[in-house]
Design a protein around this ligand. Structure first.
Ligand code: NDP
Length: 479
């Protein structure tokens, strides 16, 4: 029998769809699942594609069905199951074979797995896959971390199944070991911020302006034809237009306001903090999900402090709806700037040499944050690959100059009327602090020197690093 080009373990939602996508693009694929019944059910649902799929029920026949060096995608529950699966698989593999973890792994686990195989003749790829079930079936965005040689082996299959933007595949090799999973993690962090900012603007329309879900959906539909064109704005418009089959009212109005999270947003915040890179809009979005889950406490606080909001109104500016659109656009620039800054620092710290224009390029289609905007980011980083921050590229500096006044007006009005806008205001605070050439950390340094003799550098460069705080310390001692 003709050998399969690639193998896949794990016929859950993601694995089944990825396998069908691989077969559909003309690649022969061997599949295996811990529970054989799932393999049978999968084959029964594969239709004509079944002729390019080799179902296997033992590890031995699975490995034998693939052309060496064998790329094997592991698409199972993240965490310990992946290590167990790797161990079980390892004894059947031979030199040059490549284990590919395509689940949502923490990149630190990916680095450990890569290191674990370093002294064997086998290699490892950590592969971030975005786009959910639909993306896996019809074209995901694929972020690969591993050796360049192993990427070359899988490149034809992966580029054949990836989403396309202007004909270019949204799959790329981004660096060694954990690079792919790290970039996927930051993708998800940005996704959290993007979603939260959209939700905050929705909140202003709903609670500050008394607009119905349907009316807000129509506005978002219009925005999707402009600068905010993106998958998330598109689905938001559809969600807001949907009717509840039970009550007949807007579906969104019937949904409990508690948001779940699986961990990648939190990981991106933790890594940003570890590296000392501000990612305040992403942090605000992760925190907002946590606060959303504290429903009973929020109800108690509303009873104590009142949950009512004054009417939201804007004066001056481009007009209410355009101001809100521009505010969302400016804040979105902030979230992406922060995400890319975190990746730039990680690239230095882990020696990945992450290609920023390529990352923006493979996010333009297939993934949840896909948008026209990412094409602008691709162009900006291509023109200025060493830009220290997205907002310092000429194109984004100009976009920000045009939209920042709207963000300021919207945040100010929301704060005045008691409407929560933590992610929008974090983005604004970030810009204001980032563009302040003379900040206020001189006072922080003085305080640190006062209580801890931490020392400071002087503006004039003179070799004098402690303040004349002696009398202050004596005052403190007398208390
Ligand atoms: P699940 O995470 O629920 O995983 C189901 C699959 O994992 C089944 O094939 C199951 O086999 C297998 N499995 C579970 N435990 C073990 C084990 N100990 N040993 C071997 N196999 C095991 O399904 P999904 O398809 O949703 O997700 C797969 C991965 O993709 C996860 O890492 C997820 O985070 C990631 N991901 C998911 C996305 C999504 O939208 N769902 C998007 C992007 C990534 P069995 O049938 O025998 O139980």
């Amino acid at each position: 029998m003709e050998a399969a080009e690639i193998g896949l373990i794990g016929l859950g939602v993601m694995g089944s769809n990825l396998a069908l996508n691989i077969a559909e693009k003309g690649n022969r694929i061997a599949v295996y699942n811990r529970t054989g019944a799932a393999t049978e059910a999968f084959m029964a649902s594969a239709g004509d594609l079944a002729e390019r799929i080799v179902p296997c029920y033992t590890m031995e026949e699975f490995v034998a069905a693939i052309r060496p060096p064998r790329p094997i995608i592991i698409m199972i529950k993240a965490g310990d199951p992946v290590d167990q699966q790797m161990t079980a698989l390892q004894e059947y593999l031979s030199a040059g074979d490549i284990m590919i973890d395509a689940g949502n792994a923490n990149f630190r686990d990916t680095m450990a797995r890569f290191a674990r195989l370093r002294d064997t003749s086998l290699t490892f790829i950590g592969m971030g896959v975005s786009g959910g079930e639909e993306g896996a079936r019809h074209g995901p965005s694929i972020m690969v971390g591993g050796t360049e040689e192993s990427w070359k082996r899988v490149e034809p299959v992966l580029t054949s199944i990836a989403a396309r933007f202007d004909g270019e595949p949204c799959a790329a090799w981004l660096g060694t070991d954990g690079a792919g999973h790290f970039v996927k993690t930051i993708h998800n962090g940005i996704e959290y911020a993007d979603m939260q900012m959209i939700a905050e603007i929705y909140g202003i329309f709903r609670d500050g302006l008394g607009r119905s879900a349907g009316e807000i959906g129509t506005i978002f539909e219009g925005w999707n034809r402009g600068r905010l064109n993106s998958y998330l704005i598109e689905i938001t418009a559809s969600v807001l237009a949907a009717r509840d089959p039970i009550s007949g009212g807007a579906m969104v109005d019937m949904i409990l306001d508690k948001a779940g999270q699986k961990g990648t947003g939190k990981w991106s915040v933790i890594e940003a903090q570890q590296m000392g890179v501000p990612a305040t809009a992403i942090e605000a979005a992760v925190a907002a999900r946590s606060l959303s889950s504290q429903k009973s406490q929020r109800e108690a606080a509303a009873a104590v402090f009142g949950g009512g909001h004054a009417d939201f109104s804007l004066s001056g500016g481009a007009g209410l709806e355009e101001d809100l659109e521009l505010a969302l656009f400016a804040a979105k620039i902030g979230a992406y700037a922060q995400g890319f800054a975190v990746m730039a620092e990680a690239s230095r710290e882990f020696g990945w040499n992450l290609p920023m224009p390529t990352i923006a390029r493979i996010w333009r289609a297939g993934c949840i944050i896909r948008s026209q905007f990412l094409d602008e980011i691709t162009k900006a980083f291509t023109a200025m690959p060493d830009a220290p921050n997205l907002i310092l590229t000429p194109a984004f500096a100009e976009m920000l100059k045009q939209s920042l006044p709207s963000l300021r007006r919207v945040v100010a009005a929301a704060v005045a009327s008691g409407l929560p806008v933590p992610a929008l205001s974090s983005a604004l605070g970030y810009f204001d602090a980032y563009r302040q050439a003379r900040g206020t950390a001189n006072l922080i340094q003085a305080q640190r020197d006062f209580f801890g003799a931490h020392g400071f550098d002087r503006l004039d460069g003179k070799d004098f690093h402690h303040g004349p705080w002696g009398s202050g310390l004596q005052d403190f001692a007398r208390l």
